[in-house]
Design a binder for this molecule. Structure first.
Ligand code: NAP
Length: 491
Protein backbone atom coordinates (compact mmCIF):
# COMPACT_ATOMS: atom_id res chain seq x y z
CA UNK A 1 0.00 0.00 0.00
CA UNK A 2 1.51 3.40 -0.99
CA UNK A 3 2.60 5.80 1.74
CA UNK A 4 0.48 8.91 2.34
CA UNK A 5 1.56 12.36 3.56
CA UNK A 6 0.01 11.56 6.95
CA UNK A 7 2.25 8.49 7.25
CA UNK A 8 5.39 10.56 6.79
CA UNK A 9 4.43 13.46 9.09
CA UNK A 10 6.97 14.09 11.83
CA UNK A 11 5.89 14.18 15.47
CA UNK A 12 5.50 17.84 16.52
CA UNK A 13 7.99 17.61 19.35
CA UNK A 14 11.05 16.57 17.31
CA UNK A 15 13.84 18.97 18.30
CA UNK A 16 15.16 21.15 15.46
CA UNK A 17 17.46 23.60 17.30
CA UNK A 18 21.10 23.46 18.39
CA UNK A 19 21.87 22.06 21.83
CA UNK A 20 24.55 24.19 23.49
CA UNK A 21 25.36 24.13 27.19
CA UNK A 22 22.06 22.41 27.97
CA UNK A 23 19.99 25.03 26.14
CA UNK A 24 18.14 24.53 22.89
CA UNK A 25 18.39 27.54 20.60
CA UNK A 26 18.33 28.45 16.91
CA UNK A 27 21.51 29.26 14.97
CA UNK A 28 22.82 32.79 15.68
CA UNK A 29 22.32 33.62 11.99
CA UNK A 30 18.72 32.37 12.11
CA UNK A 31 19.48 30.13 9.12
CA UNK A 32 17.83 26.73 8.78
CA UNK A 33 18.65 23.70 6.68
CA UNK A 34 16.01 21.50 5.07
CA UNK A 35 15.86 17.80 5.91
CA UNK A 36 14.15 15.71 3.22
CA UNK A 37 12.80 12.21 2.84
CA UNK A 38 14.99 10.52 0.19
CA UNK A 39 12.08 8.26 -0.80
CA UNK A 40 9.76 11.15 -1.70
CA UNK A 41 12.16 14.13 -2.01
CA UNK A 42 9.65 16.02 0.18
CA UNK A 43 10.85 18.32 2.96
CA UNK A 44 10.46 16.87 6.45
CA UNK A 45 11.77 19.61 8.72
CA UNK A 46 13.79 22.80 8.96
CA UNK A 47 16.71 22.42 11.34
CA UNK A 48 19.07 25.08 12.72
CA UNK A 49 21.99 25.64 10.33
CA UNK A 50 24.84 26.47 12.71
CA UNK A 51 27.92 28.52 11.86
CA UNK A 52 31.48 28.78 13.18
CA UNK A 53 30.18 31.26 15.77
CA UNK A 54 27.75 28.66 17.13
CA UNK A 55 30.51 26.04 17.04
CA UNK A 56 32.79 28.24 19.16
CA UNK A 57 30.05 28.86 21.70
CA UNK A 58 29.41 25.11 21.89
CA UNK A 59 33.13 24.54 22.43
CA UNK A 60 33.22 27.00 25.32
CA UNK A 61 30.18 25.29 26.86
CA UNK A 62 31.81 21.85 26.50
CA UNK A 63 35.10 23.12 27.95
CA UNK A 64 33.29 24.70 30.94
CA UNK A 65 31.25 21.56 31.54
CA UNK A 66 34.37 19.37 31.37
CA UNK A 67 35.75 20.75 34.66
CA UNK A 68 32.79 19.36 36.60
CA UNK A 69 32.01 16.35 34.40
CA UNK A 70 35.53 14.90 34.62
CA UNK A 71 35.15 14.78 38.40
CA UNK A 72 31.89 12.82 38.39
CA UNK A 73 32.37 9.19 39.34
CA UNK A 74 32.45 6.45 36.75
CA UNK A 75 29.43 4.97 38.58
CA UNK A 76 27.44 8.20 38.28
CA UNK A 77 28.21 8.39 34.55
CA UNK A 78 27.28 4.74 34.23
CA UNK A 79 23.89 5.47 35.82
CA UNK A 80 23.22 8.34 33.39
CA UNK A 81 24.20 6.14 30.45
CA UNK A 82 22.01 3.30 31.70
CA UNK A 83 19.04 5.68 31.92
CA UNK A 84 19.85 6.95 28.41
CA UNK A 85 19.97 3.33 27.16
CA UNK A 86 16.56 2.62 28.69
CA UNK A 87 15.12 5.80 27.16
CA UNK A 88 16.42 4.84 23.70
CA UNK A 89 14.84 1.38 24.08
CA UNK A 90 11.57 2.95 25.21
CA UNK A 91 11.60 5.36 22.23
CA UNK A 92 12.69 2.58 19.84
CA UNK A 93 9.78 2.96 17.44
CA UNK A 94 9.83 6.75 17.29
CA UNK A 95 13.58 6.82 16.69
CA UNK A 96 13.35 4.11 14.03
CA UNK A 97 10.64 6.03 12.23
CA UNK A 98 12.80 9.16 12.23
CA UNK A 99 15.72 7.16 10.79
CA UNK A 100 13.54 5.74 8.03
CA UNK A 101 12.17 9.16 7.18
CA UNK A 102 15.46 11.03 6.95
CA UNK A 103 17.73 8.19 5.78
CA UNK A 104 15.34 6.00 3.74
CA UNK A 105 16.22 2.55 5.13
CA UNK A 106 13.33 0.10 5.69
CA UNK A 107 11.69 0.33 9.12
CA UNK A 108 12.80 -3.18 10.12
CA UNK A 109 16.41 -2.12 9.49
CA UNK A 110 15.88 1.16 11.32
CA UNK A 111 14.58 -0.78 14.35
CA UNK A 112 17.68 -2.99 14.18
CA UNK A 113 19.83 0.14 14.01
CA UNK A 114 18.20 1.59 17.14
CA UNK A 115 18.90 -1.68 18.97
CA UNK A 116 22.49 -1.63 17.72
CA UNK A 117 22.86 2.04 18.72
CA UNK A 118 21.44 1.30 22.17
CA UNK A 119 23.82 -1.64 22.60
CA UNK A 120 26.80 0.76 22.58
CA UNK A 121 25.20 2.85 25.30
CA UNK A 122 24.57 -0.25 27.39
CA UNK A 123 28.07 -1.67 26.80
CA UNK A 124 29.87 1.57 27.69
CA UNK A 125 27.62 2.20 30.69
CA UNK A 126 29.26 -0.96 32.01
CA UNK A 127 32.73 -0.67 30.49
CA UNK A 128 33.24 2.84 31.89
CA UNK A 129 33.52 1.29 35.37
CA UNK A 130 36.56 -0.63 34.20
CA UNK A 131 38.91 2.20 33.24
CA UNK A 132 41.58 0.59 35.41
CA UNK A 133 45.06 1.96 36.01
CA UNK A 134 48.01 -0.07 37.38
CA UNK A 135 50.86 0.02 39.85
CA UNK A 136 54.39 -0.56 38.61
CA UNK A 137 57.24 -2.03 40.72
CA UNK A 138 59.80 0.69 41.47
CA UNK A 139 63.57 0.20 41.28
CA UNK A 140 64.15 1.35 44.88
CA UNK A 141 62.04 1.25 48.05
CA UNK A 142 61.31 4.96 48.52
CA UNK A 143 59.05 5.38 45.51
CA UNK A 144 55.70 4.07 44.36
CA UNK A 145 54.85 4.17 40.66
CA UNK A 146 51.33 4.33 39.30
CA UNK A 147 49.65 4.80 35.93
CA UNK A 148 46.12 6.14 35.99
CA UNK A 149 43.73 6.85 33.14
CA UNK A 150 41.78 10.05 32.83
CA UNK A 151 39.36 11.55 30.29
CA UNK A 152 41.20 13.02 27.31
CA UNK A 153 39.15 16.26 27.37
CA UNK A 154 36.65 17.88 25.05
CA UNK A 155 35.83 15.55 22.14
CA UNK A 156 34.67 16.62 18.68
CA UNK A 157 32.57 13.86 17.08
CA UNK A 158 31.67 14.04 13.39
CA UNK A 159 29.27 11.46 12.03
CA UNK A 160 27.83 10.32 8.67
CA UNK A 161 24.26 9.84 7.47
CA UNK A 162 24.28 6.10 6.78
CA UNK A 163 23.67 5.03 10.40
CA UNK A 164 22.20 8.21 11.90
CA UNK A 165 21.90 6.72 15.42
CA UNK A 166 24.59 4.04 15.74
CA UNK A 167 27.50 6.10 14.45
CA UNK A 168 26.66 8.63 17.17
CA UNK A 169 26.28 6.31 20.16
CA UNK A 170 29.42 4.35 19.17
CA UNK A 171 31.40 7.57 19.80
CA UNK A 172 29.36 9.55 22.28
CA UNK A 173 28.65 6.75 24.79
CA UNK A 174 32.34 5.83 25.37
CA UNK A 175 33.36 9.50 25.44
CA UNK A 176 30.77 10.25 28.15
CA UNK A 177 31.61 7.04 30.01
CA UNK A 178 35.26 8.14 30.08
CA UNK A 179 34.29 11.55 31.52
CA UNK A 180 34.77 13.62 28.35
CA UNK A 181 32.33 16.27 27.18
CA UNK A 182 31.26 16.11 23.56
CA UNK A 183 30.72 18.37 20.59
CA UNK A 184 28.66 16.52 18.01
CA UNK A 185 28.27 17.51 14.38
CA UNK A 186 25.92 14.99 12.77
CA UNK A 187 25.53 14.66 9.00
CA UNK A 188 23.45 17.49 7.56
CA UNK A 189 21.27 14.96 5.71
CA UNK A 190 20.20 13.18 8.93
CA UNK A 191 20.29 15.59 11.88
CA UNK A 192 16.87 14.73 13.35
CA UNK A 193 17.90 11.40 14.87
CA UNK A 194 20.94 13.08 16.43
CA UNK A 195 18.83 15.79 18.02
CA UNK A 196 16.28 13.26 19.29
CA UNK A 197 19.09 11.21 20.88
CA UNK A 198 20.57 14.33 22.48
CA UNK A 199 17.22 15.20 24.02
CA UNK A 200 16.97 11.73 25.50
CA UNK A 201 20.47 12.15 27.02
CA UNK A 202 19.31 15.42 28.55
CA UNK A 203 16.14 13.78 29.90
CA UNK A 204 18.28 10.97 31.32
CA UNK A 205 19.98 13.57 33.54
CA UNK A 206 23.05 14.20 31.37
CA UNK A 207 24.57 17.42 32.74
CA UNK A 208 24.34 20.67 30.79
CA UNK A 209 27.21 21.00 28.34
CA UNK A 210 28.17 17.30 28.50
CA UNK A 211 26.68 16.76 25.02
CA UNK A 212 26.40 19.68 22.60
CA UNK A 213 24.99 19.32 19.10
CA UNK A 214 25.68 21.69 16.22
CA UNK A 215 23.74 20.82 13.09
CA UNK A 216 25.02 22.59 10.00
CA UNK A 217 25.54 22.57 6.25
CA UNK A 218 28.95 24.20 6.81
CA UNK A 219 30.82 21.13 8.01
CA UNK A 220 34.32 22.41 7.26
CA UNK A 221 33.72 25.73 9.06
CA UNK A 222 32.33 23.98 12.16
CA UNK A 223 35.07 21.38 12.35
CA UNK A 224 37.82 23.91 11.57
CA UNK A 225 36.60 26.11 14.44
CA UNK A 226 36.89 23.13 16.78
CA UNK A 227 40.20 21.77 15.52
CA UNK A 228 41.93 25.16 15.62
CA UNK A 229 41.35 25.30 19.38
CA UNK A 230 43.67 23.49 21.81
CA UNK A 231 40.74 22.78 24.16
CA UNK A 232 39.51 20.10 21.74
CA UNK A 233 41.77 17.19 22.65
CA UNK A 234 40.23 14.43 20.58
CA UNK A 235 38.55 14.24 17.19
CA UNK A 236 36.56 11.17 16.33
CA UNK A 237 35.30 10.99 12.77
CA UNK A 238 33.31 8.52 10.71
CA UNK A 239 33.01 9.28 7.04
CA UNK A 240 34.84 9.23 3.75
CA UNK A 241 38.59 8.68 3.40
CA UNK A 242 39.38 12.05 1.71
CA UNK A 243 37.81 14.01 4.58
CA UNK A 244 39.60 11.76 7.09
CA UNK A 245 42.91 12.51 5.37
CA UNK A 246 42.14 16.20 5.59
CA UNK A 247 41.46 15.88 9.33
CA UNK A 248 44.83 14.15 9.85
CA UNK A 249 46.50 17.27 8.44
CA UNK A 250 44.33 19.60 10.51
CA UNK A 251 45.01 17.71 13.74
CA UNK A 252 48.72 18.58 13.47
CA UNK A 253 48.32 22.16 14.71
CA UNK A 254 46.98 21.18 18.15
CA UNK A 255 48.29 17.56 18.09
CA UNK A 256 44.77 16.28 18.67
CA UNK A 257 44.17 12.56 19.19
CA UNK A 258 42.32 11.09 16.23
CA UNK A 259 40.03 8.14 15.66
CA UNK A 260 39.04 7.69 12.03
CA UNK A 261 36.45 5.22 10.74
CA UNK A 262 36.70 5.66 6.98
CA UNK A 263 35.62 4.02 3.76
CA UNK A 264 35.77 0.34 2.83
CA UNK A 265 35.85 -1.80 -0.29
CA UNK A 266 34.94 -5.14 1.18
CA UNK A 267 35.66 -8.37 -0.68
CA UNK A 268 33.13 -11.22 -0.33
CA UNK A 269 35.10 -14.38 -1.11
CA UNK A 270 33.16 -17.59 -1.80
CA UNK A 271 35.12 -20.85 -1.96
CA UNK A 272 33.93 -24.00 -3.74
CA UNK A 273 33.15 -25.75 -0.43
CA UNK A 274 30.86 -22.96 0.86
CA UNK A 275 27.31 -23.65 2.01
CA UNK A 276 25.62 -21.68 -0.77
CA UNK A 277 22.31 -21.18 0.98
CA UNK A 278 23.99 -19.60 4.01
CA UNK A 279 26.31 -17.63 1.74
CA UNK A 280 23.46 -16.07 -0.22
CA UNK A 281 21.69 -15.13 3.03
CA UNK A 282 24.91 -13.43 4.18
CA UNK A 283 25.26 -11.74 0.79
CA UNK A 284 21.82 -10.16 1.12
CA UNK A 285 22.55 -8.74 4.57
CA UNK A 286 26.14 -7.64 3.89
CA UNK A 287 25.24 -6.05 0.54
CA UNK A 288 21.71 -4.73 0.91
CA UNK A 289 21.65 -3.45 4.49
CA UNK A 290 20.96 0.27 4.12
CA UNK A 291 20.78 -0.23 0.34
CA UNK A 292 24.49 -1.02 0.17
CA UNK A 293 25.38 2.30 1.83
CA UNK A 294 27.43 0.82 4.63
CA UNK A 295 31.19 1.09 5.16
CA UNK A 296 31.30 -2.70 5.69
CA UNK A 297 29.04 -3.44 2.69
CA UNK A 298 30.44 -6.22 0.51
CA UNK A 299 31.57 -4.55 -2.70
CA UNK A 300 33.49 -7.18 -4.67
CA UNK A 301 32.05 -10.71 -4.89
CA UNK A 302 34.93 -13.06 -5.65
CA UNK A 303 33.64 -16.55 -6.41
CA UNK A 304 35.62 -19.73 -7.09
CA UNK A 305 35.04 -20.64 -10.74
CA UNK A 306 33.70 -24.18 -10.20
CA UNK A 307 30.66 -22.86 -8.30
CA UNK A 308 30.26 -19.62 -10.28
CA UNK A 309 27.14 -20.65 -12.29
CA UNK A 310 25.33 -21.89 -9.16
CA UNK A 311 26.26 -18.75 -7.20
CA UNK A 312 25.13 -16.42 -10.03
CA UNK A 313 21.77 -18.11 -10.48
CA UNK A 314 21.00 -18.18 -6.72
CA UNK A 315 22.22 -14.61 -6.19
CA UNK A 316 20.21 -13.30 -9.15
CA UNK A 317 17.04 -15.04 -7.95
CA UNK A 318 17.43 -13.68 -4.41
CA UNK A 319 18.34 -10.15 -5.48
CA UNK A 320 15.57 -9.77 -8.04
CA UNK A 321 13.02 -10.85 -5.41
CA UNK A 322 13.89 -7.93 -3.10
CA UNK A 323 10.97 -5.57 -2.56
CA UNK A 324 11.85 -1.93 -3.17
CA UNK A 325 9.85 1.05 -1.88
CA UNK A 326 9.31 3.58 0.89
CA UNK A 327 10.87 2.26 4.06
CA UNK A 328 7.66 2.73 6.04
CA UNK A 329 5.71 0.42 3.72
CA UNK A 330 5.31 -3.02 5.29
CA UNK A 331 7.42 -5.70 3.61
CA UNK A 332 9.85 -3.31 1.90
CA UNK A 333 13.41 -4.66 1.93
CA UNK A 334 15.24 -1.97 -0.04
CA UNK A 335 14.80 1.79 0.30
CA UNK A 336 16.15 4.68 -1.78
CA UNK A 337 19.73 5.92 -1.88
CA UNK A 338 20.42 8.95 0.27
CA UNK A 339 20.46 11.60 -2.47
CA UNK A 340 20.90 12.38 -6.14
CA UNK A 341 24.71 12.37 -5.88
CA UNK A 342 24.63 8.89 -4.35
CA UNK A 343 22.34 7.62 -7.10
CA UNK A 344 24.46 9.18 -9.85
CA UNK A 345 27.56 7.46 -8.47
CA UNK A 346 25.90 4.04 -8.36
CA UNK A 347 24.50 4.37 -11.90
CA UNK A 348 27.91 5.51 -13.17
CA UNK A 349 29.54 2.40 -11.66
CA UNK A 350 26.96 0.18 -13.42
CA UNK A 351 27.41 2.00 -16.73
CA UNK A 352 31.20 1.86 -16.49
CA UNK A 353 31.16 -1.90 -15.78
CA UNK A 354 28.82 -2.60 -18.71
CA UNK A 355 30.95 -0.47 -21.05
CA UNK A 356 34.01 -2.51 -20.01
CA UNK A 357 32.46 -5.93 -20.66
CA UNK A 358 30.39 -6.82 -17.59
CA UNK A 359 27.03 -8.60 -18.08
CA UNK A 360 23.78 -7.39 -16.50
CA UNK A 361 21.80 -10.23 -14.86
CA UNK A 362 19.24 -8.14 -13.01
CA UNK A 363 18.22 -4.51 -12.33
CA UNK A 364 20.61 -1.81 -13.49
CA UNK A 365 18.17 1.11 -13.69
CA UNK A 366 16.94 4.02 -11.60
CA UNK A 367 13.22 3.87 -10.77
CA UNK A 368 11.03 6.47 -12.46
CA UNK A 369 9.36 9.13 -10.31
CA UNK A 370 10.24 10.70 -6.99
CA UNK A 371 12.86 9.23 -4.67
CA UNK A 372 16.47 8.20 -5.27
CA UNK A 373 15.76 4.55 -6.03
CA UNK A 374 18.02 2.18 -7.96
CA UNK A 375 16.93 -1.36 -8.75
CA UNK A 376 18.83 -4.12 -6.95
CA UNK A 377 21.43 -5.08 -9.52
CA UNK A 378 23.58 -8.10 -10.37
CA UNK A 379 26.62 -7.77 -12.65
CA UNK A 380 28.82 -10.65 -13.73
CA UNK A 381 32.14 -10.84 -15.66
CA UNK A 382 33.37 -7.98 -13.57
CA UNK A 383 37.12 -7.39 -13.61
CA UNK A 384 40.00 -5.11 -12.73
CA UNK A 385 39.85 -1.57 -14.06
CA UNK A 386 36.09 -1.30 -13.50
CA UNK A 387 34.92 1.27 -10.93
CA UNK A 388 32.87 -1.37 -9.08
CA UNK A 389 36.15 -3.19 -8.35
CA UNK A 390 38.19 -0.14 -7.40
CA UNK A 391 35.86 2.17 -5.45
CA UNK A 392 33.20 1.93 -2.78
CA UNK A 393 29.96 1.75 -4.87
CA UNK A 394 27.72 2.52 -1.87
CA UNK A 395 24.64 1.10 -3.55
CA UNK A 396 22.62 -2.06 -4.26
CA UNK A 397 25.00 -3.61 -6.80
CA UNK A 398 26.30 -7.19 -6.60
CA UNK A 399 29.44 -7.23 -8.77
CA UNK A 400 30.65 -10.80 -9.38
CA UNK A 401 34.08 -11.87 -10.52
CA UNK A 402 35.75 -15.33 -10.66
CA UNK A 403 38.99 -16.83 -9.31
CA UNK A 404 40.54 -20.29 -9.55
CA UNK A 405 42.72 -21.05 -6.53
CA UNK A 406 42.57 -20.12 -2.83
CA UNK A 407 45.80 -18.11 -3.20
CA UNK A 408 44.35 -16.16 -6.11
CA UNK A 409 41.10 -15.47 -4.20
CA UNK A 410 43.01 -14.11 -1.20
CA UNK A 411 45.36 -12.06 -3.41
CA UNK A 412 42.40 -10.48 -5.22
CA UNK A 413 40.69 -9.77 -1.89
CA UNK A 414 43.82 -8.02 -0.60
CA UNK A 415 44.38 -6.04 -3.81
CA UNK A 416 42.86 -2.88 -2.38
CA UNK A 417 44.25 0.10 -0.48
CA UNK A 418 41.21 -0.20 1.84
CA UNK A 419 41.12 -2.61 4.77
CA UNK A 420 37.89 -2.32 6.77
CA UNK A 421 35.84 -5.54 6.41
CA UNK A 422 36.23 -8.75 4.41
CA UNK A 423 33.98 -11.80 4.18
CA UNK A 424 34.94 -15.41 3.41
CA UNK A 425 32.74 -18.49 2.98
CA UNK A 426 33.99 -22.05 3.32
CA UNK A 427 33.02 -25.20 5.22
CA UNK A 428 36.69 -26.11 5.82
CA UNK A 429 38.00 -25.09 9.24
CA UNK A 430 41.61 -25.13 8.02
CA UNK A 431 40.82 -22.92 5.07
CA UNK A 432 38.78 -20.59 7.27
CA UNK A 433 41.79 -20.04 9.56
CA UNK A 434 44.26 -19.68 6.68
CA UNK A 435 42.10 -17.18 4.86
CA UNK A 436 41.09 -15.17 7.95
CA UNK A 437 44.75 -14.79 8.90
CA UNK A 438 45.79 -13.84 5.35
CA UNK A 439 43.13 -11.15 4.83
CA UNK A 440 44.54 -7.63 5.38
CA UNK A 441 41.41 -6.25 7.03
CA UNK A 442 40.40 -5.02 10.47
CA UNK A 443 37.20 -7.11 10.45
CA UNK A 444 36.66 -10.57 8.93
CA UNK A 445 33.25 -12.20 8.66
CA UNK A 446 33.76 -15.97 8.35
CA UNK A 447 30.50 -17.52 7.13
CA UNK A 448 28.99 -14.34 8.59
CA UNK A 449 27.54 -11.31 6.82
CA UNK A 450 26.96 -9.07 9.83
CA UNK A 451 30.02 -9.14 12.11
CA UNK A 452 29.59 -5.79 13.92
CA UNK A 453 28.69 -5.88 17.60
CA UNK A 454 29.26 -3.49 20.53
CA UNK A 455 31.64 -5.77 22.44
CA UNK A 456 34.07 -6.38 19.55
CA UNK A 457 36.70 -3.94 18.22
CA UNK A 458 35.51 -2.30 14.99
CA UNK A 459 37.93 -0.46 12.72
CA UNK A 460 39.99 -0.54 9.60
CA UNK A 461 43.50 -1.13 8.33
CA UNK A 462 45.20 0.93 5.61
CA UNK A 463 43.05 3.72 4.08
CA UNK A 464 40.06 2.59 6.15
CA UNK A 465 41.14 4.38 9.28
CA UNK A 466 42.92 4.68 12.58
CA UNK A 467 41.73 3.29 15.92
CA UNK A 468 38.88 1.10 17.05
CA UNK A 469 35.31 1.64 18.24
CA UNK A 470 33.32 -0.69 20.48
CA UNK A 471 34.87 -3.17 22.93
CA UNK A 472 37.33 -2.01 25.61
CA UNK A 473 39.38 -0.31 22.87
CA UNK A 474 36.42 1.99 22.25
CA UNK A 475 36.79 3.37 25.79
CA UNK A 476 40.61 3.57 25.59
CA UNK A 477 40.18 5.99 22.68
CA UNK A 478 38.85 8.62 25.11
CA UNK A 479 41.33 8.11 27.94
CA UNK A 480 44.77 9.61 28.49
CA UNK A 481 47.39 7.87 30.57
CA UNK A 482 49.10 9.62 33.46
CA UNK A 483 52.17 8.23 35.19
CA UNK A 484 52.58 9.26 38.83
CA UNK A 485 55.93 8.79 40.60
CA UNK A 486 55.41 9.12 44.34
CA UNK A 487 58.70 9.60 46.12
CA UNK A 488 59.94 10.18 49.68
CA UNK A 489 58.28 7.11 51.14
CA UNK A 490 60.00 5.87 54.29
CA UNK A 491 60.40 2.22 55.02
P1 NAP B 1 31.51 12.38 4.48
O1 NAP B 1 31.06 13.17 3.33
O2 NAP B 1 32.97 12.23 4.71
O3 NAP B 1 30.78 13.04 5.74
C1 NAP B 1 30.93 12.55 7.04
C2 NAP B 1 30.77 13.69 8.02
O4 NAP B 1 31.80 14.64 7.80
C3 NAP B 1 29.45 14.46 7.86
O5 NAP B 1 29.03 14.92 9.13
C4 NAP B 1 29.88 15.63 6.99
O6 NAP B 1 29.05 16.76 7.10
C5 NAP B 1 31.24 15.92 7.56
N1 NAP B 1 32.11 16.67 6.65
C6 NAP B 1 31.93 16.91 5.33
N2 NAP B 1 32.93 17.69 4.87
C7 NAP B 1 33.75 17.94 5.92
C8 NAP B 1 34.95 18.68 6.08
N3 NAP B 1 35.54 19.31 5.05
N4 NAP B 1 35.52 18.72 7.29
C9 NAP B 1 34.96 18.08 8.33
N5 NAP B 1 33.81 17.37 8.25
C10 NAP B 1 33.22 17.28 7.06
O7 NAP B 1 30.95 10.91 4.44
P2 NAP B 1 29.45 10.46 4.19
O8 NAP B 1 29.19 10.53 2.74
O9 NAP B 1 28.52 11.16 5.11
O10 NAP B 1 29.50 8.95 4.69
C11 NAP B 1 29.87 7.93 3.86
C12 NAP B 1 31.31 7.51 4.11
O11 NAP B 1 31.47 7.17 5.48
C13 NAP B 1 31.66 6.27 3.33
O12 NAP B 1 32.95 6.38 2.78
C14 NAP B 1 31.61 5.18 4.39
O13 NAP B 1 32.37 4.05 4.09
C15 NAP B 1 32.12 5.90 5.58
N6 NAP B 1 31.72 5.21 6.82
C16 NAP B 1 32.68 4.57 7.53
C17 NAP B 1 32.32 3.87 8.67
C18 NAP B 1 33.36 3.15 9.48
O14 NAP B 1 33.05 2.80 10.60
N7 NAP B 1 34.55 2.93 8.97
C19 NAP B 1 30.99 3.84 9.09
C20 NAP B 1 30.04 4.50 8.33
C21 NAP B 1 30.43 5.19 7.19
P3 NAP B 1 27.87 16.99 6.03
O15 NAP B 1 26.90 15.92 6.29
O16 NAP B 1 27.33 18.31 6.33
O17 NAP B 1 28.49 16.89 4.68
Amino acid sequence: MPISAADTALPRDVPTDLLIGGRWRPAKSGQRLTVSDPATEQALAQVADGSAEDAKEALSAAARAFFAFRKTSAYQRSAWLRTWFEAIRRERHNLARLITLENGKPLTEALAEVDYAASFVEWFSEEGKRAYGRTIPATGTSRRLLAIRQPVGVVAAITPWNFPAAMITRKVAPALAAGCTVLLKPASLTPLTALALARLWQEAGGPDGSLNVVTSTKAAAIVDAWMADFRVRKVTFTGSTPIGQDLIKKSAAQVQRLSLELGGQAPFVVFDDADLERTIAALLVSKFRNGGQSCVASNRMLVQRTILPAFISRATAAVSALRIGHGLEPGVELGPLIDQAGRTKVLSHIKDALAKGAQLKSGGQALEGAGFFVQPTVLTDVGPGMLVMEEETFGPVVAISAFDTEEEGVALANASPFGLAAYAFTESASRAWRVAEALEYGIVGLNEGLPSTAQAPFGGWKLSGIGREGASEGLDAFLEEKYIAWGGIDG
